[in-house]
Design a protein around this ligand. Sequence first.
Ligand code: ATP
Ligand code: MG
Length: 321
Amino acid sequence: MRILTGLQPSGKLHVGNYFGAMQPAVKLQDEGDAFYFIANYHAMNTSENADELRENVREMAVDFLACGLDPAKATFFRQSDVPEVNELAWILSTVCPMGLLERCHSYKDKIAKGFSPNHGLFAYPVLMAADILLYDSNVVPVGKDQKQHVEVTRDLAGKINDKFGKDLLVMPESQIRENTAVVPGLDGQKMSKSYGNTLPIFGPKKKMRKLIMGIKTDSTPVEEPKPIEGSIIIDLYKLFASEADVEQMKADFLAGGFGYGDLKGRLWEAYWEFFAPMREKRDELIADPSYVDRVLAEGAEKARAEAAVVLQRVRKAVGLI
Ligand code: ATP
Ligand code: MG
């Protein structure tokens, strides 16, 4: 079973990304033949300049390896190291109705957010379809927001297969991550880069501590019981602490006698400790850039070999050779 996931290299990874996307991806590398790529062609749509793009790709690679992606299990590569994907995207675009793309929410959302409506943003789902179909992917784990794009992929695969041969492209299934909870941000809204309320996975100790100690709380006096319902402190603590520690924290909220500073301090410690092994791994990776280069080069080679087979099959079937 081939599992495929693309990762957008856009800025610092946060705790929401970790629990919503990275941790599930790391688990999945044991369940099938995982292909994970850093979507740098896609990121060009919103990236400011070349150095920023390069830097973000590098950081994404390091962070993902630090968080447990194992290159011995998963094939890990940069999207642009397999330029064949552009040829398949072109072939798909020749059967793709404009209306299909005009209906895509993420395009409409980006425009509403003020991005200029360029062709790259509009055609994003076609390139994503090529990303998936180029590797005969069976399963595509996605958040709910990406479900529609996998539907577009299936639609395009169906059109190609109808026209050129029924088993030409493998029909992928989306696997929606229903059970990963939405991680709250430091202000209680969904944690999201665009809300500026994130807790990064990796960041300087003092600054991270300040972020957590700065969580806004109500003015219940130290000795009074504190509400546990909807508490961001508890909701975040649950991600990092054992069940027993969470119960203790709740009990201390309800008992009174503990100030918010104390309770936030416990959250801080649990967070810092949770990511300690990953932080250590990350420092090693940063100290050895050639290792990361090698991982990406080997991943690219494997991915490219797979892609060549599929593309050759398609080129024959559509009459290009
Ligand atoms: P943006 O604000 O640009 O949308 P983001 O911070 O929401 O950025 P994305 O790049 O949209 O991050 O998301 C990357 C992955 O992380 C997706 O799979 C998404 O489902 C997951 N994710 C993002 N935020 C959260 C969150 N708060 N809780 C759980 N999962 C999340
Ligand atoms: Mg988002």
